[in-house]
Design a protein around this ligand. Structure first.
Ligand code: UDP
Length: 375
């Protein structure tokens, strides 16, 4: 018996779950309060230059999950793209993630891999056996000088707090390499959708069993018309923030234009605390297979997310985790609703993990004949 399913949010989670459930013969409605699909992955061509702009900041697709890679390639051609990030610190430009080039540039050396490894070990604070915080992780693995040049100021700007209050897991996203590999990611698959993420998500949603309604805000009373709801909006927002607000960082982008090439790369980070933005992104470099004379750049600023701002990064410090636990308890009691995605589960999720979890959630729903364990 086909079910009537409501997907709240037309981002990656909503589109992938919606598609899978429509293919399984269900009647799917997707709503989104914004005027466009694709959530924070939304891309659009700049009217003046034709450059594909990552409207809510850079999104680079990378994964080790073959199933996810096959899935995205089913809908969109992925063009070769390797994320090579640079950082500016104290008036000099360095290669990221920290690699042999960075170490040799920074310390003015010509180390070979083993020498660099020994040198960095000699700088490391070995009294920290089990790093618990961001700062401890940095001091243990790169030492004080590299930490202060590349991570401390950037992280204070990005997260608005002392790096000692942040979990080590945030820094564990970044490797330290003792070779000249400056690929920011180490996954086997990496690329950019030829027609942007909105093009890809549009194709995922293009199925006769899916209706999409934009500019439509969810209200809990909508659920009455459906057999099941997959909710990818903010978890606290679902409960009208009755227990308090879960903390997020939001981003502001200051767009500027440039004739020619502004910075020669897609992403330039700024490690100094005195520079108010965290990074500048030059969007044409995210589509290196296209040729553009003009340029569109974003200066990216991070700040605490207010009630009317767009949530980006869940903060997940001790206080938020306690509140999250209370919301999860309430979410578990919502029998007819499954909470999905970055906002619905309040986690720092990469796109590939979001897709994988969405595929798994849809499969679990189909397998169990419409029942799915909530949350
Ligand atoms: N980070 C940093 N300096 C950099 C790049 C990253 O200190 O130049 C820290 C920062 O705290 C950031 C974390 O490492 O939140 C993870 O970096 P990643 O590039 O994965 O962040 P994202 O692209 O998700 O914003």
């Amino acid at each position: 018996m086909p079910k009537r399913i409501l997907l709240v949010g037309a981002g990656l989670s909503g589109a992938v779950i919606g598609r899978a459930l429509a293919e399984a013969g269900n009647a799917v409605t997707v709503i989104d309060e914004r005027a466009h699909i694709a959530g924070n992955c939304h891309t659009e061509r700049d009217a003046e230059s034709g450059i594909m702009v990552h409207v809510y900041g850079p999104h680079i697709f990378h994964t080790d999950d073959d199933r996810v890679w096959d899935y995205v390639n089913r809908f969109e051609t992925f063009m070769p793209y390797v994320n090579r990030v640079k950082t500016t610190s104290a008036g000099r430009v360095y290669s990221l993630p920290v690699n042999l080039h960075t170490i040799n540039q920074f310390f003015g050396k010509c180390f070979r891999p083993d020498e660099a490894r020994q040198f960095i070990e000699s700088l490391s604070d070995t009294s920290i056996a089990e790093p618990g915080t961001f700062e401890e992780q940095a001091l243990r693995f790169v030492g004080k000088d590299l930490y202060e040049a590349f991570f401390k100021g950037y992280t204070i700007k990005q997260w608005g707090c002392d790096p000692n209050d942040l979990p080590a897991s945030i820094l564990k996203r970044l490797p330290v390499r003792f070779n000249y590999d400056d690929n920011y990611f180490f996954h086997r698959h990496q690329g950019m959708p030829a027609n942007g993420y909105t093009g890809m998500i549009g194709k995922i949603l293009a199925h006769e069993g899916i209706e999409v309604h934009l500019n439509r805000r969810f209200s809990r009373s909508d659920a009455a018309e459906f057999d099941h709801v997959f909710y990818s909006g903010p978890l606290d927002g679902y409960f009208d923030c009755e227990l308090g607000r879960l903390g997020y960082r939001t981003l502001d982008f200051e767009m500027f234009r440039h004739d020619g090439d502004y910075q020669g790369c897609a992403v330039m980070n700024y490690g100094d605390a005195e520079v108010p933005y965290t990074r500048i992104t030059e969007h044409k470099h995210f589509s290196p297979w296209e040729k553009h004379e003009k340029s569109v750049c974003y200066k990216e600023y991070s700040r605490a997310c207010g009630p009317d701002d767009i949530p980006y990064y869940p903060i997940r410090m001790a206080e938020e985790k306690a509140l999250l636990g209370q919301y999860v308890e309430r979410a578990r009691r919502e029998r007819q609703v499954t909470f999905v995605g970055r906002l619905g589960t309040y986690r720092y999720l990469d796109m590939d993990v979001t897709i994988r979890e969405a595929l798994d959630a849809a499969e679990a729903y189909v397998r169990n004949g419409g029942e799915i364990p909530p949350f």
